[in-house]
Design a protein around this ligand. Structure first.
Ligand SMILES: NC(=O)C1=CN([C@@H]2O[C@H](COP(=O)(O)OP(=O)(O)OC[C@H]3O[C@@H](n4cnc5c(N)ncnc54)[C@H](O)[C@@H]3O)[C@@H](O)[C@H]2O)C=CC1
Ligand SMILES: O=C(O)[C@@H]1CCC=N1
Length: 266
């Protein structure tokens, strides 16, 4: 495993990765280095993880074997400019920015830089992330394994062809937001039917968790699992009719496609 991992940008995703990495035990807090333009944000995360904080992005790169670039896509050009001199051929540069292709990243870094492009998601924070990775030609097999291991330490991670990163962005990158909306809507209905809020969120979230586990652990087709819930002439099939009439499946598909399309054109 990389001996030192630096994270530039400690917002939602940088934080999720730092917490996930240290909680999993893959690396110790002292192997982690953080930089944020707002030092107090990095410091708060360092207090939680045992990481070190540095006061410049270039300084972070100098001290790190692998660097996770976790700033917003529009901030990335400025950061890449600041760290250009510090990026040497031995470092592995891991970008999680939406929309930034391996080619665009390579154009902003010295020739021959090892680059990894990843699309992770925020449930990494609780050890249930889903990430996809792709690499440029400079990354060695060992470095690929270490990069995958980072993202597997707090969830599932797969190596994909770069062309699939847009689909991954739509499905698992943005997907948690759709699922939270679904949970909120389920809970609102529970409240409408008389439940108290905390109870409604627990019932909604545990239902989503349980259904997801059924898909992953039984290996059954989701349609078969849905059929198993629908008793003939029963309550669920009545509700399924309502969802179909409301265009539920098309709405879910269109949401994933809209995010994927945006990722192609960021
Ligand atoms: N939020 C999500 O669910 C996902 C985000 N991503 C990608 O992760 C990246 C980060 O997204 P978020 O964590 O959501 O954003 P965020 O805004 O929560 O975090 C970015 C952090 O970078 C800091 N920052 C701003 N300028 C900086 C600079 N020049 N140097 C160092 N730090 C700086 C900000 O203070 C902030 O704490 C983006 O490129 C996004 O496309 C990828 C997958 C999922
Ligand atoms: O909304 C975004 O642009 C980022 C990428 C995937 C999830 N959040």
């Amino acid at each position: 495993m990389f001996e030192t991992i630096g994270i530039i940008g400690t917002g939602n995703m940088g934080r999720a990765i730092a917490m996930g990495l240290v909680r999993s035990g893959l690396i110790e807090g002292k192997q982690l280095i953080l930089y944020n333009i707002h030092t107090e944000k990095a410091q708060r995360l360092a207090d939680e993880t045992g990481a070190a904080v540095v006061d410049s992005a270039a300084g972070l790169v100098q001290q790190s074997q692998a660097v996770i670039l976790a700033v917003k896509p529009f901030i990335m050009p400025g950061v890449l400019k600041d760290i250009y001199q510090a990026v040497t051929p031995d470092k592995v540069m891991i970008s999680i920015a939406a929309g930034l292709t391996l080619q665009r990243l390579a154009d902003a870094m010295p020739a021959g830089t090892k680059i990894v492009r990843v699309m992770p998601n925020t449930p990494s924070m609780v050890g249930e992330g889903m990430a996809a990775l792709c690499f440029n030609e400079a990354v060695t097999d060992d470095e690929k394994d270490d990069s995958v291991a980072i993202f597997r330490s707090f969830g599932k991670a797969e190596v994909v062809e770069e062309r699939l990163i847009d689909a991954v962005c739509g499905l698992s990158g943005s997907g948690p937001a759709f699922v939270y909306m679904f949970i909120e809507a389920l809970a609102d209905a529970g409240v409408r039917e008389g439940m108290f809020r905390p109870m409604a969120y627990t019932f909604a979230a545990q239902t989503v968790l349980g259904a997801a586990k059924m898909v992953l652990e039984t290996g059954e087709h989701p349609g078969k699992l849905k059929d198993d819930v629908c008793s003939p002439g029963g309550t669920t099939i009545e509700a399924v009719r309502v969802l179909e009439e409301s265009g539920f499946r098309a709405a879910a598909m269109n949401a994933v496609i809209a995010s994927a399309e945006k990722n192609k054109n960021l």
